[in-house]
Write a protein of this length. Sequence first.
Length: 92
Amino acid sequence: MYVWLWRHLPGPFLVRVLQATVLLGLVVTALFLWVFPELEARLPYQDVTVPSDPTPGATPSGSASPAPVVPGELPGEEVPSVAPNVTPTPSP
């Protein structure tokens, strides 16, 4: 399809590039102005399954939240290191 379009554009190479760019811009503009807004009205984006104000710590099934993850338990996760020779200075 692109070869067919390229062969039917008149003019030398640079003029064809300019024409192809303008055509692409027109297609993108038409999609954003007319096609996508029409499709948005038909898609079920307003049918949400997550409550708008969930209770903190509760899962959708009502059970307790999972146990917290301790740093270093996940594979590939490094535990933050503390410099061994540094002692904290007492506060006045």
